[in-house]
Ligand binder design. Sequence first.
Ligand code: F6R
Length: 261
Amino acid sequence: MELIIAKTKEEASRKAADLIACAVRKDPKIVLGLATGSTPETMYSNLAEDCKAGKVTFADVKSWNLDEYVGLEPTHDQSYRYFMNAKLFDHIDINKENTHVLNGLATDVNAECEAYEKEIKDAGGIAIQVLGIGSDGHIAFNEPGSSLVSRTRKVALTPQTIQDNARFFEKAEDVPRFALSMGIGTIMEAKRIIILAFGANKADAVAGAFEGAVSAFCPASILQMHPDVWFFCDEAAAANLKLKDYYAWHGEEVLKEELGG
Ligand code: F6R
């Protein structure tokens, strides 16, 4: 795993956006896996600015999102389809027909999840998967205890995640208790993973993911088994890492190389 520590969320997001824009320029038909939540918002704004400035085009890009709440209409302002349109798709030149979000209203949940996995495979697999991390170490909605080889399925949110996400709803009771989520096994099949974490409330999860034992109790720790992970943090989120100076030095070097010097 490469770790890039920036002073601020803005700086880290810009660097992560550069890595994605560079990959899209190299492969204009790239398949992206995308995340919602507050973490990638700044990076999405950066990509929208790049697109408006003519530095990158998403015209032939396809995307699949990580997850969606069960029971929310795609037009609900807290649904992840709504989020993606509002934060990214409405501001770039992507063809919305090429953007995919799980249907949280599906009556046959298993069929929905199986079809989603098949679509990703048929598209050639995800080249870059964007991830955030929950304060409990979850990735997508794979909560602690999720099988490390899980596939796309219906999952139950933990009380911690419900509490963390309550800030987006009027009250905690309004947060859906279930979601459809790509599995950890699904995520691990992406060729490259770009994960972002900002703020002190992510510091324990980042340390668990990066330096803890690989364990279903911290689902993000499975990323230690992936050959191509780029972890972008601000200083607060990186605070509990024992070897952070070493990772940061090395991460900057390889990022420069990756972006062409
Ligand atoms: C969102 C997702 C979640 C979030 C995580 C962090 O699609 O899969 O795993 O990445 O809950 O959320 P924020 O970014 O709001 O702190």
